[in-house]
Each structure stands twice: as C-alpha cells, then as structure tokens.
Design a protein around this ligand. Sequence first.
Ligand code: SAH
Length: 360
Amino acid sequence: MTINTKHELVDKLYQTSNLSFDEYAELIKKRDEETAKYLFSLSQKRREEYYGNDVYIRGLIEFTNYCKNDCYYCGIRRSNANVSRYRLLLPDIMQCCHEGCELGFRTFVLQGGEDPYFNDDRICEIVSSIKKEYPDCAVTLSIGEKSRESYLRYFQAGADRFLLRHETADYNHYAKLHPADHSWTRRRECLRCLKDLKEIGYQVGTGFMVGSPYQTAENLASDMLFLQSLKPAMVGIGPFIAHKDTPFADKASGTLELTLFMIGLIRLSLPYALIPATTALGTIAPNGRELGIKAGANVLMPNLSPVEVRKKYMLYDNKICTGEESAQCIQCLAHRVESTGCKIKISRGDVCKSYTQNNI
Ligand code: SAH
C-alpha cells in the first residue's frame, strides 16, 4: 500500500466516519509514522470542531478490589491471592467526592471489581447520596455486568453514565482472554448489558485493550466496526500491560504507538465521542496521556481514591497512582494539558449536543 492509498483511507474516514472491515485492517497493518502524523492532524481537527480545546476531568474512585471474575489479564482477578483486598464504604466515598469537588471535579467515576458485597441497595445508596450532596455533578458507574433491573435501579437513583468495556469484539479472541466459565455466554451478556444501558438512557462508554494477547489487526478492525454500530458516547482504550500474578504475566504489553493510532481512528469514526487518555497510556510512557490528547482524546481520569488503597488497585504492573497523575495534583495535570494546546474545563463534561440531539 502506498502512502497515498493510506492517506486516502484516512481521508475517507475523516469525510464519512466509516471504513469497511478490510479497510480498517489494511490501514492498521500498514500504518507507519507518516500515516499516523496525517491521521493525528485530522483527528485533532475533528476534536476541535466538536469540543474546542476543552479537556474534561473525571475523579476516579476505585472503591473495591474484590472481584468474583477471573479475567486472565486483570491483576485483581479472584485467583490472585497476593492482592490485599479492600472496600471503601459510603463515608469514605463521600470523603473522596468532597475532596474532588473542592479540586474542581464535576464527575465522579465509581469503578470496582465485581464485588457481591455491593448489592443493588448499597450501590443505589452510594449513588443517591452523591447526587444529593453534589447535584451539579455527574455520577459514572464502572462496576461490570448486571441485570437490566439493576441498571434501571442505579439510573433511577441518579447514575448518569456507565462504562463497560467490551474488551474485544471478536468471539474467539474474547474466549482467549477469559476463563471458559464466562467466555461465550459472558460475551453475549456484555452486549446485552450495553444495549440495556443505552435503552435505559445512560451515556454509555465501552472500549478495549490495545495489544492484548492474541489480538490481531483484524480483531481491532472488528472493534472499530463494533464501535461504529453501537455508537457509544464514550470510548476508553488503553494498552494491555502484563500483571506479574496473572496467567498473562509473560505476555508482551501493547504499545504506545498502536494505542495512539487507535485513538486517532476512533476520533474520526465517532467525532462526538468522549475519549479518555487513560492511566494505562500514562503508565507505558511518561507523556502518554499528553500524546493521547494530541491524537484526539479529550478526557482525563485522575485517581481520587484515598492514597492508602491506591497501590491495591493494581490492574497491571507499575500502574501510576501516587504521583502527578493523581487528582490532588490538579495543577501538574493542568500544565500537562496546556502543553498540548488544550485546557481543563471545569464542568460535568457531558457528551456534546449533536450526539444527544440525534440520539444515536
Ligand atoms: N470490573 C469493572 C471494571 C474493570 S477495570 C468492569 O468489569 O467493567 C477497567 C478496565 O481495566 C477493564 O475493562 C480492562 O479493559 C482494563 N484492564 C484490566 N486489566 C488490564 C491490564 N492488565 N492492562 C490494561 N488494562 C487492563
């Protein structure tokens, strides 16, 4: 494929927000520095058209590292006996929100393992307490697969958004990342969940890991088509990073380069999307999140969990969690964002109007 053909594919994506499976796979396989540069010039432009130079911040509260699942890639999987498990209870969570609100956060993301202790009553109590105390703030949940009734209850309690990464859109690949007991059926479950969440009225986020074991360019092309059909409000992607106490301990991690390229593609295919420059991106490279913004991302999710539990939410090795990336160092973060030509916007940072109006 010549540079021109690659540029033509990028142009086509910019103009139509669509490529075919073969076109995505070709572009991903044949990408090079020159193509990436061209892609980022357009993905930045597109982000500016929809969101100006605003970057939204979300306070991430990792409220439990107990998990009933055993995903091969994840450091807090139930079989990892080396994890010191913790839970934050309502007063701890409210304290995080209090601190977050003072720092300028207007969205709180409650993320955790799938912990049966947090039944629907407890989740609803947490959500409604936050909404009561901070009515101007949005609450995002990232707590895995639940029944439609449960999702409905959280929504009625005030939850605004829900993040549930599909991890990979390819059935066979999915089965390689998860134990047999939750491969095929769970994969269908995840699609059911995303559909339910959307129908209930959440702003829905999904996403995948880049460079997860056994992933091919074709798998990534499937992910792109999946996103094109689901049209989520948010898409979170980050490089896979091995965790030493998992079955994938020896697997190679995803690269900065491919993750940035995928961010660029996602910005062009879903121009209105909220796309975080993730912690995993900041972990594989010190300036990973700045580069993510330059590739088209427009959200940062600094850690707002109490410092003493942060090291216990180790999804992967060396996860950054105590330095400049944390919510407390919002000034450092602001400088980093400014270095990209963008600026932090203090607001709930909902998905842009053109998305809601078309109700896609
Ligand atoms: N239990 C919740 C939250 C999961 S943690 C849920 O099921 O939605 C959030 C995300 O971290 C996961 O969806 C996964 O994509 C990512 N993650 C987990 N392990 C990882 C690893 N080793 N490297 C990179 N990302 C990882």
